[in-house]
Design a protein around this ligand. Structure first.
Ligand code: C2O
Ligand code: CU
Length: 429
């Protein structure tokens, strides 16, 4: 496949250096569990980055890049990442967004660890048990540090795949807003990718900014094959449908390249920043721009154990925002009582957006299943997320099993909203 900014590409024993991204990665086997071990080194630093449009911007980087190197591992790998802080005065951490790590590895400054001060380091260790598209970012003063560039993509390749991977090339594409410049894999001018008619392309889209990104695909029908890293079941092709990716969310798209024209993926925030596959003529813009809805997309899983709902605990979260305060149930961060659960609890959470913009709600350490939207049960593929995009007036019910003990954050992933109070805790008693 075509991996940009890839920091793996190591399959044999021993250690390899990748001079382009400064990541050294080795693959050895854990003697006790016989799981492969993947080691990475990341250094956070203040730098200036020269963009491909000629501009130079101040950035806080991992290994002198923003985004930092793509970390790519295989399902089942033990992942060992040592984070060094060169000179970020406030300290740094890494949060593995969407990845089910033990709480001690979740990277929450002041909660799961002290932030790593200049000259210090911290090693994160966890097993990448679920394949999918994830990302990593600092979680120390994250509303500032993410916007300054301390982020990157994290891909867990599946051991087996339900899509025709033999013919698919794939790429992750991470959108960020770096000091107000919109970038795609660090580029200010977009991506042009090869590909010939008949090829399948798997595109792992990651929204690392604060605003919802609306994606359009012109030139061929496409499928949404995964959301937040979790495969959808038997999804059909879409045409002329806009994909709204909330802050923090990921969407995996699959598109087969047509005979005579390119496929162009555009976003509404920066029209010039597109992804182009293949050659031939420019595509006709596809018709009607209906918004994608997962409510009836794909087909249900037969014999799904979750087809019946058992609930031990219930919570209701009303997300609201005025000019100066972002709140949950009319309270702000420290005043919001935690969601207290016990291990094993089956938890139903009702989330309502009472206005003040989009609120993509993220729960750490867990994936939840979307049960209903505005009172309508999901009838298509099960949808598992870690970040739920809510728009004004919408109400969702989501369901999770409390299976990862600890003290976890739950917050809006518009990180400005989070820092202004739309943050709370999920606590195991
Ligand atoms: Cu991606 Cu608490 O965040
Ligand atoms: Cu919000």
């Amino acid at each position: 496949g075509q991996h940009q900014h890839t920091a793996n590409a190591v399959s044999s024993e021993g250690s390899h250096d990748h001079p382009n991204d400064g990541v050294s990665c080795e693959k050895i086997v854990d003697k006790e569990t016989s799981a492969p071990i993947r080691k990475f080194e990341l250094t956070a630093a203040r730098t200036t980055v020269k963009l491909d449009n000629g501009k130079t911007v101040e950035a806080w980087t991992f290994n002198d890049m923003s985004p930092g190197p793509e970390l790519r591992v295989q399902q089942g790998d033990r992942v060992v990442v040592t984070l060094h802080n060169k000179d970020i005065a406030e300290g740094v951490t890494i949060h593995w967004h969407g990845v089910k790590v033990p709480c001690s590895q979740d990277g929450i400054a002041g909660v799961t660890q002290e932030s790593i001060m200049p000259g210090n380091q911290f090693t994160y260790t966890f097993t990448a048990s679920e394949p999918g598209t994830y990302w990593y970012h600092s979680h120390q003063m994250s509303s500032i540090q993410v916007q300054k560039g301390l982020l990157g993509s994290f891909i867990v390749e599946p051991r087996t795949s339900s899509i025709p991977l033999s013919t698919a090339t794939e790429i992750s594409a991470i959108f960020q807003q770096l000091n107000s410049a919109m970038l795609l894999n660090g580029s200010a001018s977009g991506l042009n990718l090869a590909g010939k008619a008949g090829d399948y392309e798997r595109l792992r889209l990651i929204n690392a900014g604060n605003d919802t990104i609306n994606i359009s695909v012109d030139g061929a029908p496409f499928q949404v094959i995964a959301m937040d890293g979790h495969d959808l079941h038997e999804t059909g092709k879409l045409d002329g449908v806009t994909i709204p990716i909330g802050a923090g969310q990921r969407y995996d798209l699959l598109v087969q390249l047509p005979e005579h024209n390119k496929v162009v993926i555009r976003n509404d925030l920066d029209k010039s920043l597109s992804i182009t596959f293949g050659s031939g003529t420019d595509p006709e813009p596809s018709g009607g721009r209906e918004m994608f809805s997962f409510v009836n997309y794909g087909s249900p899983l037969p014999n799904d154990p979750l087809n019946k709902l058992t609930v031990d605990k219930q919570f209701e979260l009303r997300l609201g925002r005025s000019l100066f305060v972002s709140s949950i149930n009319n309270h702000s961060f420290h005043e919001i009582p935690p969601m207290n659960v016990k291990e094993g609890d089956r938890v139903l959470i009702t989330i309502t957006n009472e206005g003040g913009g989009d609120h993509p709600f993220h729960i750490h350490g867990h994936t939840f299943r979307v049960w209903s939207k505005n009172g309508v049960l999901l009838k298509g593929s099960p949808v598992y997320l870690d970040t739920l995009l809510t728009k004004k007036g919408e109400t969702y019910e989501v369901y999770l099993v409390a299976d990862n003990p600890g003290l976890w954050m739950a917050h809006c992933h518009n990180l400005q909203h989070a820092s202004m109070g739309m943050s709370m805790m999920l606590n195991y008693e």
